[in-house]
Design a protein around this ligand. Structure first.
Ligand code: NAP
Length: 361
């Protein structure tokens, strides 16, 4: 059994993903300690409209989640609540234990903010970063990864694409020397559910409302429908796996709306399926990315995906095509991605730190 290391968690964002994350930590507390040598203690939470809290001795995070769900504020949970996310992150500097900033604010497709500032501040404070937000890897991957390397901290974002399915880890950890030549995939659950629902004759708005109620659609669902979410994932995948320098704005993007019902049904009648396909390829020394509805033949692995399923086909030089299929993504899987990144941070730390002071990984 690995010796347990205590990690101070600072949660920036406490919405659907952040709250499922703290409950999953609670559900798996014993396994985290016994199998991964990790004791995770939430010491701070920052939100936009529900206040902030900080207690170096640890907060009752599941009670805080219930409070937010009841419409309450976190502001009176601690004697000196932080003024906001950056104030809270700065408090990591004073901790004797390794700190991990867990960034789950909403995706901003204009510039990836404020998540990028949160990640930069965390790295500057000597904290590790785990995030489910696509913004940092989609807009600033190379800068942030270099800053994290220089500071000796982790910058991990497994939950940003395909929830808890280990896409980035798969390539990073298990495909040494392999060059990713391109990829194509169905990587936005909301639009895939809508297209499948339209094939069944359901109304566009009905399926969208279901996705919103389940917390799967983005806070602003137009990000899913207009292809921005898929474009952000495409940029993140290309930047990390193909060493590209893309932002979501560089991705050629076509989304879907209610008018896609007729072509989706017509495709199905021909034994084919309409899917919102995200792809990237190397072209003339650079990487080009696209998101667009494409009618696929029945034999295509992407055509076989039912509503909640996602899949990514990696085109590689040494392994040919490697396909990873996710049967259904939900909040638990995104929360699991954050937990798995936390365990990765713990592994980097090696043996427990000495009693006095922070250990450099
Ligand atoms: N939901 C999914 O299935 C899923 C899957 C994969 C990845 N993601 C990504 O995970 C992230 C979180 O998603 P979610 O569904 O949890 O979103 P959400 O429910 O809208 O929660 C977002 C949280 O961020 C907080 N926030 C926004 N701006 C902030 C700021 N400047 N400082 C501090 N807190 C701030 C919000 O505060 P208030 O509560 O006060 O508004 C809220 O607590 C997004 O980037 C999303 O793209 C989500």
């Amino acid at each position: 059994m690995p010796e347990a290391v205590e990690l101070d968690l600072i949660l920036i964002g406490f919405g659907h993903v952040g709250r499922r994350f703290v409950r999953l930590l609670d559900e798996r507390r014993d396994a985290l300690r016994a199998e991964a040598g990790t004791i995770a203690r939430v010491v701070g939470v920052a939100t936009a409209r529900h206040g902030c809290a900080f207690d170096p001795a640890g907060l009752d995070a599941t009670a805080a989640a219930a409070r937010v769900e009841g419409g309450g504020s976190l502001a009176d949970l601690s004697p000196a609540p932080p003024a906001g996310a950056l104030d809270l992150i700065a408090r990591a500097r004073a901790s004797a234990r390794p700190s991990v900033v867990v960034e789950t604010t909403v995706l901003d497709v204009r510039a990836g903010q404020p998540a990028i500032d949160h990640v930069r501040a965390a790295i500057a404070a000597g904290a590790h970063v785990v995030t489910a937000n696509k913004g940092p890897a989609a807009f600033a991957y190379h800068d942030l990864a270099a800053a994290a390397r220089a500071a000796g901290v982790a910058f991990l974002f497994e939950g940003a694409v395909m929830d808890g399915i280990p896409i980035f880890n798969l390539v990073r950890e298990t495909m040494p020397l392999v060059r990713i030549e391109g990829f194509r995939g169905v990587i936005n659950t909301t639009t895939n559910q809508i297209l499948a629902g339209l094939e069944r004759g359901e109304a566009f708005d009905t399926v969208l409302a279901r996705m919103q109620a389940a917390g799967i659609a983005e806070a602003d669902p137009s990000l899913d429908l207009n292809g921005w979410d898929a474009a952000a994932k495409t940029a993140a995948l290309a930047n990390v796996l193909m060493d590209a320098r893309l932002t979501p704005h560089a991705i050629q993007r076509t989304g879907i709306g209610p008018a896609i019902a007729a072509p989706a049904k017509a495709a199905l009648a021909r034994g084919r399926r309409l899917k919102l396909v995200a792809s990237a390829e190397r072209r003339a020394g650079t990487v080009a990315g696209r998101v667009e509805p494409i009618e696929l033949p029945a034999g295509d692995v992407l055509a076989g995906l039912d509503g909640p399923a996602n899949a990514l086909v990696l085109k590689t030089d040494l392994l040919g095509e490697v396909t990873i299929v996710q049967g259904a993504g939900d909040l638990t899987q995104t929360a699991y991605a954050l937990v798995s990144d936390l365990v990765a941070v713990r592994r980097r730390l090696g043996a427990p730190p000495p009693a006095s002071g922070r250990r450099t990984p």
